[in-house]
Design a protein around this ligand. Structure first.
Ligand code: PLP
Length: 278
């Protein structure tokens, strides 16, 4: 991981302070797709280092969108049957649609959550946990149609992944930096601490191109402690560009006192003198 300028170092520190749990290692990229690539490559790299090169399959979801680079597009479930683009099909398995609106008539939300969780358990049993590196999921499948999974779904899938030593990647390219009223949605809204978070868009509010893959200390330690001295060559010429990082730093206001709302009504109350933890 190369932090190549002062703005990048300052921003990395700011992100680590705002990210949940032990997610403290910030790997800058140039946008969302490259952040997703970085997360997936990190998961595969970790397993190679740990001497389990076959543990490399990624579980993704129908309707999920993760980007347009080759790897990010491979794990994208949106319109994957219609596309003429080549993908690495061996590398990915898809879970069915989690949209509660599409559940069978008469099925309760709890039963739909159970069924969606069972889909993950069954897929893991079928493929074998020893072949699965990571599960990638957006907290809300935004570009797939703003699909909000059933309550409790994220906690349960997070638990299932941990049980099977499958890394959980939360793709917060859309939800990160305030879209759901918090810096990150994973913990603040859905009560989970993932192994990695990918983010972009809101990081600079779109003023300049910047993304990041935030990696947990636990994952970093497993990479560092493992045997093998191969270097993690993953970076882009403009990764963590100082101007983009400076824009991101300027873009982080501390004057938001409260964020609240219901349905389509929302309010951000900016009261610097009253700013407090809520
Ligand atoms: C959830 C999610 N992940 C990744 C991406 C890809 O980001 P980018 O377009 O910056 O490469 C997007 C883009 O919309 C996205 O919505």
């Amino acid at each position: 991981m190369v932090i190549n300028s002062e703005p990048a170092a300052v921003l990395a520190q700011m992100i680590a302070e705002r990210a949940p749990g032990d997610l403290n290692a910030v790997h800058f990229t140039t946008g969302g797709s490259t952040a997703v690539d970085t997360a997936l490559r990190t998961a595969m790299f970790m397993n190679k280092r740990l001497g389990r090169p076959d543990k490399k399959i990624i579980i993704a979801r129908e309707k999920g969108y993760h980007g347009s680079t080759f790897l990010a597009a491979t794990v994208t479930g949106k319109e994957r049957f219609e596309t003429q683009f080549e993908k690495v099909d061996d590398l990915v398995r898809f879970l069915p649609d989690v949209n509660p609106y599409h559940r069978p008539n008469g099925m309760s939300m709890d039963a739909w959550c159970d069924a969606s969780d069972a889909d993950l358990e069954n897929l893991i049993a079928q493929v074998g946990a020893d072949r699965i590196a990571a599960f990638i999921a957006e907290p809300i499948l935004c570009s797939g149609g703003v699909i909000v999974p059933p309550p409790g779904y994220h906690k349960r899938t997070r638990y299932i992944c941990r049980t099977h030593d499958i890394l959980y990647i939360s793709d917060e390219v859309v939800t990160g930096f305030g879209r759901l009223g918090h810096w990150f949605a994973s913990e603040a809204v859905y009560d989970i601490v993932p192994d990695m978070i990918t983010c972009a868009k809101g990081l600079t509010s779109g003023y300049l191109a910047l993304g990041a893959c935030i990696i947990s200390d636990a994952v970093m330690a497993r990479i560092a402690d493992a045997k093998g001295d191969d270097v993690f060559y993953n970076g882009y010429t403009y990764s963590g560009h100082p101007v983009a990082c400076a824009a991101a730093i300027k873009n982080k206001f501390d004057i938001v006192g409260d964020v609240r709302g219901e349905g389509l009504s929302g309010c951000i109350e900016c009261r610097p003198e009253l700013t407090k933890e809520t």
